[in-house]
Design a protein around this ligand. Structure first.
Ligand SMILES: [Zn+2]
Length: 127
């Protein structure tokens, strides 16, 4: 167990040295201290990424096309202004209170997603 731990540590040191060599090429002006710090950060990031990969392995099966998703998605965005179109004193003209857009018929600054297929379903329920 101790041997394995030491081996791991040596591996990390090798990796860190490798990072440092690469960083030195990329940042020839950087001080030894800075290279050391950058290499340590890269090593930490790599360890975190490795841990994540171990915990959430990529499921390659998921890349196969899923037949249930081939039906067309007809959802669309509907833009609207959440505020009101009122007289704006500082600007001396009417504007939307939410985004200060002057055009009454301007495209909304927020949107909601409409799903026509969901409407059908609602109508079906009501009937
Ligand atoms: Zn708005």
């Amino acid at each position: 167990m101790n041997d394995r731990l030491r081996e791991r540590k040596v591996d990390f040191q090798d990796l860190k040295d490798q990072f440092k060599r690469e960083l030195k090429v990329e940042f020839p002006q950087a001080s030894e201290e800075r290279l050391q710090a950058m290499a340590q950060r890269l090593l930490n990031e790599k360890l975190l990424a490795d841990e994540k990969m171990a915990r959430f392995p990529v499921q390659h099966e998921n890349f196969r096309p899923n037949l249930s998703l081939t039906t067309q998605d007809r959802r669309y965005k509907e833009y609207f202004h959440p505020g009101t179109y009122v007289w704006n004193e500082p600007e001396k003209r009417e504007a939307w209170s939410c985004c200060l857009n002057f055009g009454h018929s301007s495209r909304g600054c927020e949107f909601r997603v409409q799903n026509p297929d969901a409407w059908c379903y609602q109508g079906f329920e009501r009937g």
